[in-house]
Ligand binder design. Sequence first.
Ligand code: GLN
Ligand code: ZN
Length: 762
Amino acid sequence: MLKHTLGYPRMGARRQLKKACEDYWQRRIGRQELFVTAQRLQEEQWRLQEAAGMDLIPCNDFSFYDHVLDTTLLVGAIPDRYAPVVTDLPQNTEADLAFAMARGYQEHGLDLTAMEMTKWFDTNYHYIVPEFRANQQFRLFSNKVFNAFDAARHMLNATPKPVLVGPVSYLLLGKEKDPGFHRLELLPRLLPVYIEALQRLHNMGAKWVQLDEPFLATDLPAGAADAYRYAYTEIAKHCKGLRTMVTTYFEGLRDNMSLATSLGVCCLHVDLVRDPGQLGDLLPMLPEKLSLSLGVVDGRNIWKNDYGRSLGLIRQAVDTLGEDRVMIAPSCSLLHTPTDLELETALDEELRSWMAFARQKLQEVAELEQVFHGDTGLWEKNNAAIAARAASSRIHKPSVKARTAAITERDAQRTSAFPQRQSLQQQRFRLPMYPTTTIGSFPQTTDIRSLRAAFKKGNLTAEQYDAALESATREAIRLQEDIGLDVLVHGEFERNDMVEYFGEKLEGFAFTQHGWVQSYGSRCVKPPVIYGDVSRERDMTVRWSEFAQSCTALPMKGMLTGPVTILQWSFVRDDQPRSETAAQIALAIRDEVVALEAAGIGIIQIDEPAIREGLPIRCADREAYLGWAVSAFRVSASGVKDETQIHTHMCYSDFNDIIRHIAAMDADVITIETSRSQMELLEAFADYRYPNEIGPGVYDIHSPRVPGTAEMEALLLKAAEYLPARNIWVNPDCGLKTRKWPETEAALRNMVSAAKAVRAGV
Ligand code: GLN
Ligand code: ZN
């Protein structure tokens, strides 16, 4: 039974790669230093995996920025605009070219835009989207995979396994930049380059290669099945003797099972964490020469593996296939887990004993084999840990469970329908037409950040910290009044992050010190861990909203993060359905909403930017998800009187396929990101006759550019072509925390002028 991994975290336990890249970009270090750091990290990652007993060790999974971008370099699909950077090679190295493509390039009088970036399936990892032209040519361009294999081969006794994004998934991940063709049509041109690379690896001594084909776990677009058959027949024909492993993950194979098992490869990897049930269907279908790699250790979460459960799956596979045809692995690349639990000195022993990060997951893969071969000591130890977690009183709060079990339709419903609420709210707030507001945060200046850092370090007392936050809040309110905004916000100066802030105040959450996961390039996120039943034992935001309201006679919006977003941006417990955890968080937020209302806050915003991110990979699962997600939002929003106005905010730009569900959230006001699409995405709202109020963002907060009054006025007039004027709010696209004050103030002044101009014209 071979043990292997599909990939390992790149950053290093202390995010060394992040620091090295950023230092290099800022010219604080030279190329040599960057390369040495990268080399050291790779070697350390290989060594760790070898020491843990992995038989096949991935290489080329490491990347300075992104492995999909590396594949684009491998096959020479470099968009023409980067030609000057290419001409500069070897002046510029391949890494410089990759950085230029990922981040844009403004040097030597050039100004090249970056390539697009998008989410890697349902993870928070973002990849660089390949760009394809109708006349796209491919050629073997980058030597990275060969260099990586060479380095690994010289260092390791174990077998290095070069990893590539498979050819069909690679094409599907990209985007056509010309009309009139489909990217899969490029396969006959792409495949020779893959075959050349595979043959070269084989000649260099590679025994195994891993080709990642995650699309086999999705609903395949037309033509993809044929593309798969064609690609892998060609590869088998031209790479005899090279053992090929095709990996799938993030979902089960479902209707692609017979396709995946008939590709003629040597080994197929499946995700048995997401879909353990597929094993039973798969086993009788496997052709005689196909081995199966069992993804039994969760590569997407931080929980300790349940050996009992994994062993059941391994036994089931071995019974049918024999040990020789079975491999053990994590479910997917460990890229999506934090690096090393050993560094977590602040977590208490009990919590730590429930967790495993990447390094510990290697151990688990190794131990599963030992346990399979009869090591009862390891088995009992794991059993005890799993049982202790299951029974811990820190996880299970009967009162919380009873409360979610008792949620009724009624709890997810405001007292009256929107038209009644709207007229009550109009009487109460007497807002003008086209009311103006902002999304919540104001600039998080270095002053504010150092304030928080000083307080965390203990260099500032709670009183001093509070006083400084109060004065920042007071100033922000004064400025909003001066600008002439209608509904104010307190500015969120007390918040580090919109999820962490709430997690720190709720029961059932834990925080790590080094639990970083790569999000894109050098950017990492450190998601909180939801380990137990979630409850709200104390007010979370009331103090700040109450203070802010006391500073002004204008309405002050309360500001909360919604249940789905809190869930989506955390590591979630795996011992109950996500929907149950969402319901628990929803009740906690509901209590806060009610407390804000009781404290005199009349308008409360519940942000849900991540609702769309939670969409399952398979279409068949979407309705179920949207059902419980929308319901969680509604539960959080429905504890208040009709006169209390509930806002929500979402910042992404495709509402077409979920407009029905957005409407079902029934927020009195929704603010959305629209400015970059010139209001065109309001079409979905107009077609649906979306009944509630909407604030389509009138300017893009991602850039320091100050939009002019006329420009925003025109956008508002355009919005009024789609929506009833009385339903339109005026606001930026998103929160302003990443902006600086001067541009923020100038843009908001222009925005208020634009609203006034449109009002005057009504
Ligand atoms: N209220 C939050 C803010 O303004 C919303 C952030 C978001 O949508 N991501 O920062
Ligand atoms: Zn936003």
